[in-house]
Design a protein around this ligand. Structure first.
Ligand SMILES: NC(=O)c1ccc[n+]([C@@H]2O[C@H](COP(=O)([O-])OP(=O)(O)OC[C@H]3O[C@@H](n4cnc5c(N)ncnc54)[C@H](OP(=O)(O)O)[C@@H]3O)[C@@H](O)[C@H]2O)c1
Length: 330
């Protein structure tokens, strides 16, 4: 069926400025790490992208190796773009990344100029695009000089294959260095993509300060800790959940009694705010001014609708934050 985007799509989403740049990102963005592979239901993925866009989610995040198999999410996304979004390219922020294992041999991994430029060319072909809006180095590479990796990002922007560049999983010190090198080359570092959620707060002591100082935005991935910070696992292990169905990055071993006890208590705090835990976990990452966008994943349309409603209540009373901290410290 032909897709006509909702006319009210820009009425409720908030859009936050990304660092000191001119670009605004939706407070909630959608990632295609899981559920857009070749074994996943194509029409279901298509409906999720339609729903997201209808709700004002203008940013879709991909990477060369999302699938499985590697490349499949970009290929499937490219098909959906062509079917449903061909008249809306200028309303979308599409990102991709390279940095993890992609193809065999010494040129399909880490951070060399050779790998990043070849990988982006492949990503563009799979998605049927001339350019991505944001291209990331997906993880730090201790063996390649930062100048080379940042030089590749600079080249990519100057050759019009990406409008902006970002880094992911870099620590505070390497982020400072990367921002400096890119600035000197005339290509500002737009954004950092770190993991951030109630169970993983590593960015709080140093990285956020660096981002504020350098004027770099951030889009935080796995704000729901891959589904743990929801009510998904409170009544057992659903057969269609990531932990059971996939098991590669989240598996039943991670869901201990201790963890469930913490999740139950967080769920009670969420209820006292008239939110679901998924909504409170999303609002919680967005409370930090350095966080431009919460980068969620979803396996059905209802989850996206639920998360977007988190924006109805993103403020926290001091006592609520303290209560959350107390639960997390147990
Ligand atoms: N830069 C990096 O290194 C990196 C690494 C990881 C991810 N990412 C990016 O971040 C994106 C998001 O990561 P993520 O998928 O781990 O994020 P997440 O939002 O923490 O987890 C998403 C999962 O949570 C569950 N969920 C979502 N909404 C729910 C709701 N309302 N109620 C109950 N369960 C709900 C779903 O799991 P079920 O399948 O169980 O329903 C969904 O697949 C990725 O797609 C990718 O773009 C980047």
């Amino acid at each position: 069926m032909t897709y006509t985007p909702s006319e009210s799509r820009y009425n409720t989403m908030s859009y936050n400025r990304c660092g000191n740049s001119g670009l605004k990102l939706p407070a909630i963005s959608l990632g295609l790490w899981h559920n857009w592979g070749d074994k996943d239901n194509f029409e279901k993925g298509r409906m999720m992208l339609r729903k997201a866009f209808d709700l004002g989610i203008t940013h879709f995040d991909l990477a060369n190796n999302y699938g499985p198999p590697y490349g499949a999410a970009e290929r499937n996304f490219g098909k959906i773009l062509k079917l449903d979004f061909s008249n809306h390219r200028d309303e979308l922020i599409i990102s991709s990344k390279a940095g993890w294992d992609m193809w065999p041999g010494p040129y399909g991994n880490y951070g060399s100029r050779k790998y990043l430029i070849a990988s982006l060319d492949q990503s563009l072909e799979r998605m049927g695009l001339d350019y991505v809006d944001i291209f990331y180095h997906h993880r730090p590479d201790p063996a390649t000089p930062l100048e080379e990796t940042m030089g590749a990002l600079d080249h990519i922007v100057k050759s019009s294959k990406a409008l902006y560049v970002g880094i992911s999983q870099y620590n505070a010190e390497d982020t400072t260095q990367a921002a400096k090198i890119l600035r000197e080359m005339g290509t500002p570092l737009l954004i950092h993509q770190p993991r951030y959620n109630m169970f993983d707060r590593w960015i709080e002591p140093d990285l956020l300060k660096v981002l504020a100082k350098e004027g770099v935005g951030s889009i935080v991935f796995s704000p729901l800790a891959q589904g743990l910070l929801t009510d998904r696992y409170l009544k057992g292990l659903p057969a269609d959940s990531r932990a059971v169905k996939d098991g590669r990055f989240l598996n039943p071993k991670h869901i201990t009694d201790n963890k469930l006890n913490v999740i139950r208590q967080l769920n009670t705090i969420a209820k006292s705010r008239n939110q679901t835990l998924a909504q409170m976990a999303t609002a919680w990452v967005l409370r930090m001014p350095e966080v431009t966008s919460a980068l969620i994943g979803a396996s059905n349309v209802g989850q996206i609708e639920e998360i977007v409603e988190a924006l109805n209540n993103t403020s926290f009373a001091g006592e609520e934050l303290e209560a959350i901290d107390r639960v997390l410290m147990k």
